[in-house]
Design a protein. Structure first.
Length: 397
């Protein structure tokens, strides 16, 4: 598939090479006019109080973070770090925390280095206080390495690094390590379990439902039938069971649904957003809903939002915040509000100073004072490696 130069190699490229994906080329050629939004009447202004880089290691490429707030009011952040570029064999799941609302961040810790490329990292504190970190492993770097061997254009040191990273696992064991994974910490992040299968994967991980279950909206990437749907855990994330498939729209290939995230509304409806690469509404976020706790789902529909993937957060006042990357000019990140989880406000710009489409995957946490913190990854114009950027902001009436 050919991509515009502004867009990095992405999940759809991984799945085109290693999974059951078809027809993605239409994504890049179907940016037609979108249907009009049903705008809500009162749209507050967004005021950014601070915008800065928070990553500590400028020599490394950082990707696909997730931010969450703990019951103790710490901010928790997980991402794919230790990287050389967007696709490489060096990815690790890294973790750090802030105890002052994002004012300062501790030095990162590596909590998973599987021997393959450990990618998108989610983080959640469950109602019991357990921390869950999610990721998936990938071999999508392998064609890059094979091409480098054949063409001989890399310097010797770089080729040696990649060869050494690739050799951490032998060829026979590598396929068995492809999967979607979850790690648990029962002591606030001091110690972490070994990785265990999570059935599905999505960048920002699972959510906790009001009835005590954990719901994970995502995709079977390397195992099972590669379905799109939800899995449940009833034991605080120790084990996961497939629950329900999300039906595809007429004419859609469900293989072109990616990177889901869920939120539970005050009325117990569960709303899920989906990154869509089907020709119809290509590049938009789709939405589906469940009224029975995730056991059955409506067919996805367009909500008129170009941008992806979406992170959903229920605010203290019951409204829902949608945060997503905007990978066309103006490059940056946007947010929208919903009173009822059915229709969405006009977009509000969180950042507009991006240099390219190698950015996004924002997620947001609300602090005790009602203010908001968002974190995303971005390759800056003056820096060859993607960094973690943070905005501290508020909604002004």
């Amino acid at each position: 598939m050919t991509q515009p130069s502004s867009l990095p190699r992405s999940r759809r490229r991984f799945l085109a090479q290693w999974g059951r994906v078809a027809g993605s080329a239409a994504f890049m050629h179907a940016m037609h006019a979108m249907p009009a939004l049903r705008l809500q009447a009162a749209v507050p202004a967004l005021k950014v109080h601070e915008l800065r880089t928070i990553s500590h290691e400028p020599e490394a490429y950082h990707g696909w973070p997730t931010l969450a707030r703990s019951r103790g009011d710490d901010l928790l952040l997980a991402w794919s770090g230790g990287r050389e570029q967007h696709v490489c064999p060096f990815g690790q799941v890294q973790f750090m925390r802030s105890s002052d609302g994002g004012g300062t961040w501790c030095w990162p810790r590596v909590i998973l280095d599987s021997g393959l490329d450990d990618r998108d990292a989610g983080i959640l504190e469950t109602p019991s206080g357990t921390l869950l970190a999610t990721t998936f492993t990938s071999l999508a770097y392998r064609p890059i390495l094979e091409r480098a061997r054949k063409e001989g254009r890399w310097d010797a040191a770089r080729l040696q690094r990649w060869e050494a990273a690739h050799a951490r696992l032998n060829a026979a064991s590598q396929p068995s390590q492809l999967g979607q994974w979850i790690l648990r910490s029962e002591d606030g992040g001091l110690n972490w379990s070994a990785k265990t299968p999570s059935v599905v994967n999505s960048p920002h991980g699972p959510i906790a439902l009001a009835d005590g279950r954990l719901l994970y909206a995502g995709k079977e990437l390397w195992t099972g039938q590669r379905r799109v749907g939800v899995a449940f855990s009833e034991d605080d994330g120790r084990s996961w069971q497939w629950a329900a498939e999300i039906p595809a729209r007429e004419g859609d290939d469900p293989a072109e649904y990616h990177e889901l995230h869920a939120v539970e509304m005050p009325d117990r409806r569960v709303v899920v957003h989906i990154r869509n690469h089907n020709p119809s509404h290509a590049g938009e976020t789709l939405q589906c809903e469940s009224t029975d706790g995730g056991l059955s789902w409506t067919k996805p529909r367009s909500v008129g939002v170009w941008g992806l993937p979406s992170h959903l957060l229920r605010l203290a006042d019951g409204r829902v915040l949608m945060t997503y990357g905007h990978r066309r000019p103006p490059f940056g990140n946007q947010v929208r509000l919903s009173e009822d989880g059915r229709s969405w406000s006009a977009p509000m710009n969180l950042s507009t100073d991006g240099a390219s489409g190698d950015l996004g995957y924002p997620s947001t946490a609300q602090l005790a004072d009602g203010s908001l913190v968002s974190v995303w990854y971005e390759r800056l114009a003056n820096h060859p490696k993607a960094v973690l950027r943070q905005a501290r902001w508020s909604l002004e009436s």
